[in-house]
Design a protein. Structure first.
Ligand SMILES: [Zn+2]
Ligand SMILES: [Zn+2]
Length: 436
């Protein structure tokens, strides 16, 4: 109990960590007259290509814009689809008597409460068509206390997921995501609690995307509390019902590299372990104006109509392209197709399966020239073509000779910055091939 007395005052702020959890002062509305910073939508080949910003915070958790201000900011920055996903976690306690607690600054606190947040953002989603709003949450489903010496060691505080496509707040209130840790130290629970969380949300009709899968932070407070905040890269291909993963900006070195965790998950889909593919997108994880950008990394959605139901369709079927870096902001993929003879039936085949009887011809083009250091075509986790141009065609006789199932995806590496979390990239979702 003595320990508690020492820790209690120190613990008041102990969960003030990385991807936020600091309650920010409201910043004030950023209003700009005239044209937005970037083009929000293009009409191309029967598609509406919509610039989307997903995984964003407001003053309901640790952002400094109110939901209304965030929406105005999205209009200013040329964002046609805006997801609002404030942190769930309010007070997180160690032990059932709630003697040691940390305020996580999320919506599940006495001050805010799920209902108030949900009522507000779902109302805005109904009232607003510019941008299309996706209401959701960011959830840390399971943390554990790994021991007290030499300091209190809290694990998985950065194992975050964003959730979408659920209307009923009761589903969120009942989700298997705990808000307490045991007094008695626990071992690493492996993937199990995260599997349960993902399976519950998807069984209730929702979608779950892994957030910042490679963010890596160790934080220590007063030499007494230690947060192991490294993100769960290793979980990516173990969550069979996970809808997608934020490959940009913080998922490109391990999860998104050719042959990385994303490709492993796509391989499990090819052999029938996963029922659905794992999709990639780019997330903003926007917190603070004016320095933050809603397109820190963005997602281009390929839509038949510009509304929420159709955006959810695109999220479920992989009609998405992840982009980051200024160089790609005014571009979109104008062809990504695979056929065995002549031109493909459709120019945009993101997420689709083509059934072929001859050698596949992959065609790719970008709507405008962007200086590249490399364009890569990746087949089953391996780079099979490397070039410098934004347009290319590749005939894959090797894949046809083997006739085993394959998928193709494209990665463009721009000439802009390549620092971690600020990389100049474009990444498509895959096209799958079966043989007649
Ligand atoms: Zn986070
Ligand atoms: Zn976040």
């Amino acid at each position: 109990m003595k320990k508690k007395n020492i820790l209690l005052p120190l613990l008041i702020g102990f969960f003030i960590i990385g991807c936020g959890y600091i309650n920010q002062k409201p910043y004030g509305l950023i209003q700009k007259a005239g044209t937005p910073e970037h083009t929000p939508t293009w009409n191309y080949g029967g598609w509406i290509v919509a610039r989307g910003s997903v995984h964003n915070h407001t003053t309901y958790s640790d952002g400094n814009l109110s939901p209304e201000e965030l929406i105005q900011n999205a209009r200013n920055q040329g964002i046609a689809v805006l997801a609002i996903t404030d942190h769930r976690e309010g007070s997180i306690c160690i032990g059932k008597h709630q003697l040691i607690c940390g305020n996580m600054g999320g919506v599940d606190s006495k001050k805010v409460g799920y209902e108030k947040y949900w009522e507000h953002i779902t109302r805005l989603a109904k009232e607003t068509t510019d941008p299309v709003i996706l209401p959701g949450f960011e959830v840390a489903p399971h943390m554990w206390n790994e021991g007290y010496f030499p300091y209190l060691s809290i694990k998985a505080s950065h194992w975050h997921f964003t959730t979408y496509g659920i209307d009923d707040i009761k589903v969120y209130e009942n989700m298997p995501a705990r808000a307490m840790m045991l007094m008695k130290p626990e071992q690493d629970p492996t993937a199990q609690p995260f599997v349960e969380f993902v399976d519950y949300i998807t069984a209730n009709g929702g979608m779950v995307f892994q957030a910042h899968p490679e963010s890596f932070e160790y934080e220590r407070y007063f030499d007494l509390v230690y947060l192991l905040a490294a993100a769960p890269v290793h979980l990516t291909d173990k969550l069979d019902n996970l809808t997608g993963v934020a490959i940009l900006p913080e998922g490109i070195n391990v999860v998104g590299k050719p042959g990385g965790e994303w490709d492993k998950a796509l391989a499990s889909y090819m052999v029938g372990i996963r029922k659905t593919p794992l999709w990639a997108w780019g997330e903003a994880d926007f917190h603070l104006a004016p320095e933050g950008k809603l397109y820190n990394a963005a997602t281009l959605f390929y839509l038949k109509s510009l509304d929420r139901a159709e955006v959810y369709n695109a999220m479920r079927t992989g009609r998405m392209v992840a982009i980051s870096g200024e160089a790609f902001q005014e571009s979109y993929v104008s062809e990504f197709s695979v056929s065995d003879a002549g031109p493909a039936q459709e120019k945009i085949m993101l997420g689709q399966t083509a059934v072929l009887s001859g050698p596949p011809v992959v065609r790719f083009s970008l709507s405008k020239e962007v200086p590249l250091s490399e364009a890569r075509l990746i087949r089953n986790g391996k780079v099979v073509y490397s070039g410098k141009g934004c347009n290319f065609e590749f005939k894959d006789s090797e894949a046809f000779a083997k006739k085993s199932p394959v998928y193709y995806r494209v990665e463009l590496i721009g000439e802009g910055p390549q620092e971690y979390g600020n990389t100049t990239r474009l990444i498509t979702n895959p096209i799958f091939i079966n043989w007649k």
